[in-house]
Every structure is written in C-alpha cells, then in structure tokens.
Design a protein around this ligand. Structure first.
Ligand SMILES: [Zn+2]
Length: 394
C-alpha cells in the first residue's frame, strides 16, 4: 500500500505562482489570431489530431482497465507511437508535439479522477463540437513569435491581432478556438525585478463571495458586476443560452443549423465570461494597489456544491471564486506582496471578528450580530477574520 501523504493547507497555490520561487514569473498573454482560410483549415486539423490522440488514449486506458490491467501513461504513449502511422496517417504532417501534450493532459485528468475535489477536471472524451484547443511546440518543433506573427510548427506564420505584450522566453503555447475565433495563449518567463518597499500600506483581508464578488476588511465592497447595465447584459445572454439550448435539442447533430446554434451559445458564453473577467481584473488590481499584505480564504467549492444545498452549483461556479482568488494571487506575486491563505475549513464567516465567539451563519443572514455588541455585514466580518497580522505588511 502506498503511504498516505498529507498536504499542507497552504499548498493550494498554482505551483508556478508560489511565492517561494520568486526568481521568475510566468505571465500569459492571450492574443486573437487572424489566420488565412488555409491556415484556419490547418489549425482545425491540428486540433482534430490532438483530440484524436486524447480520445484514443482515454479509450485504450478504459479498455485496459476493463481487462484488469493497470496501464501507465508511458505504455499508452508507446502504443500510440506504434499505431499512429497506420491508424492516424492523416496527422503525419501535423505537429506531433500536440499529441504529446494531449497525453500529458490525459495523465493529469486520469489522476484528477481519483480525487473527489478535482472531479470536474477528470478525464472525459473531448467532443468535436465543444473542444477545439491544443498545446503546441517543444525543443524540436519550436514556436517563434516576432513582428505580430506567431510561427507554429506544421502550420506556418499566423498573424496576430496585436503584438506580444511581454518580452521574455516563450514557455508554453496553447491555441484555442472560442466563439468562432482563434486565440493564442502565449506564456512567457520573465525575471522578477526587486520591488520597492510599500511603506504605510495596511494588511487587508479579502472575502470572495457569490453575492458580492469581493469584500475587503476595510469595508469596501466590489459587487459582481460593477454597474447595473453590465449585469442586465449578462442576464440577457443567459436567457439567450437557455433558448438556444432548447433549439439545440431539436436539431440534428452535425447539421449546419446545429453548428450555427452551437456558435451562438459559444458567443453568448464568451460575452458573459469577458464581462466577468473584466470586473474581476479591475477589482483585483484595485485591492492589490492599496494593500501591504493580503489574506484570503481557500474556498471549499466541493462542500458548497454538495453540502447544504443553499446555493445551486450553477450559482457557485458562476461566481468563479477560484478564478478571482487566482487573479489576486498572481497580482500579489507580481507586486511582491505577501499572500496568506486560510485553511479550507477555517470558519471565517462564523467567527466574531471582535471577540472570537462562533455561531452558525445560514446564507439568509446578511448581518453578523454578536452578544458582544458587534453588528457588521457578514462578508466584511469574514474579511476581517481573514486579515493577516499587521507585521506581515511590506
Ligand atoms: Zn463578538
């Protein structure tokens, strides 16, 4: 039996964004591409090849499992290399690194399948309708970027809609199609500069929530959508998605009509996500600019979706709490601010921020009232509990 490993509570950070490795920073710039029709064809074929490798790997894995074997990723890769020339001959001229990365992704997804916390990233077959993305480029098949053009192996130089904003060595390139457009996500390694001290800045606790996107311990509340107009627009898009989904159910899979409806859904989702990302980026920048140290929680999304049933899973994932915390975390790293993460089970909303008494706080309670006399908005109270000690502020 394998010895059980206990993870420290504070290790939830993205490995590349952990503050210990502060020599380098990894930053990604997502750029829209402007491919010619021929290149678009090649991009689609490359995505098909990566998807074929992933789905073939998953099927072989499942078959081996059924036969009572414990297949390893290395064995699967060897099998793929042996059969790809005959069964997937159409991919011979495409970049082979895409298949290599598809197996990497499959390995992670299979591992995630064993962990109940990562079930939503567990291995599932990639569908042609919804999944058009691939990672490309390695030491042999190099990706280069110059003059608003990205040179992709097996595809050629694709024009970018804007030049790469970051200067440094290219580490990772992912190409994807979203809402009918092609994008390149270019991750660059940057050397971190020594940040000047930020005297006079206080430490801030941040509570990330569903009703309010971000609440600071100093009482600042960032609502999910900064203005009523944006929120109205998101609701409008959600209504549209509902309608399109009904249409989709009645259409023939693979028909032109079906494809058009899929594109409409993707566009509506894209608009919602852009609006949310925009407000999250703005709020995160504002908080990091005024803080000397930041304390955040580690949300128990699994517990929230499966637990008390007070919120629907859709509402929780819609608030994209983890995405918000991630944006805060990498901004802290770039600004050289210390980030403290509370334990996943730290009851930040149940404790009184004045006397430390603990009480149940159902979702309907908007205010924290304590016998010691404290009356505070529940989210502000939670944020104060998450505030790191003043000595940690830079
Ligand atoms: Zn109290």
């Amino acid at each position: 039996m394998r010895p059980s490993r206990t993870k420290p509570a504070s290790s939830a950070a993205h490995p590349k964004s952990s503050p210990q490795k502060d020599e380098f920073l990894y930053r990604t710039h997502k750029v829209a591409l402007d491919p010619t029709p021929e290149m678009e064809c090649l991009l689609t074929r490359t995505a098909d090849y990566a998807r074929a490798a992933y789905n073939w790997g998953l099927k072989s894995y499942m078959d081996d499992k059924k036969a009572g074997q414990e297949p390893t990723m290395i064995a699967l890769r060897r099998k793929w290399n042996a059969i790809k020339g005959s069964e997937f001959a159409w991919g011979k001229h495409l970049a082979q690194s895409t298949a290599h990365y598809a197996f990497d992704a499959l390995g992670h997804a299979i591992q995630a399948g064993d962990n109940p916390r990562l079930q939503n990233t567990a291995a599932r077959y990639h569908s042609k309708t919804w999944h058009t993305a691939f990672r490309i480029g390695d030491k042999v098949e190099r990706v280069r970027c110059h003059d608003q053009r990205v040179q992709l192996p097996g595809i050629g130089g694709v024009r970018m809609c804007e030049p790469l904003r970051l200067s440094g060595s290219l580490q990772k390139v992912t190409i994807k199609r979203e809402a009918g457009r092609w994008f390149a996500c270019l991750t660059v390694k940057l050397t971190q500069e020594k940040r000047p001290d930020r005297p006079g800045r206080t430490s801030i606790g941040v509570d990330v929530g569903i009703r309010n996107m971000l609440v600071c311990s100093d009482g600042t509340v960032y609502e999910q959508y900064p203005n009523a107009k944006a929120e109205q627009r998101a609701k409008h898009q959600e209504r549209k998605i509902k309608r399109y989904n009904k249409q989709l159910a009645e259409q023939v899979l693979g028909s032109a009509r079906h494809e058009r409806t899929v594109l409409k859904i993707q566009k509506a989702r894209y608009r919602i996500q852009r609006a949310r990302d925009d407000s999250q980026h703005k709020a995160a920048t504002e908080v990091v600019d005024k803080a000397g140290a930041i304390g955040i929680e580690t949300p128990d999304i699994l517990g929230m979706t499966q637990g008390s049933g007070q919120r629907s899973p859709g509402q929780i994932s819609g608030a994209a709490m983890s995405a918000m915390l991630y944006k805060l975390a990498y901004r802290c790293e770039a600004a050289g601010i210390k980030l403290t993460r509370a334990d996943r089970y730290f009851p930040s909303s149940q404790l009184c921020s004045n006397c430390g008494r603990r009480q149940k706080m159902p979702m309907r309670k908007k205010e924290y009232r304590c016998p010691c006399g404290l009356v505070l908005c529940r989210d502000v109270n939670a944020a104060v509990n998450l505030k790191p000690p003043a000595s940690t502020a830079a």
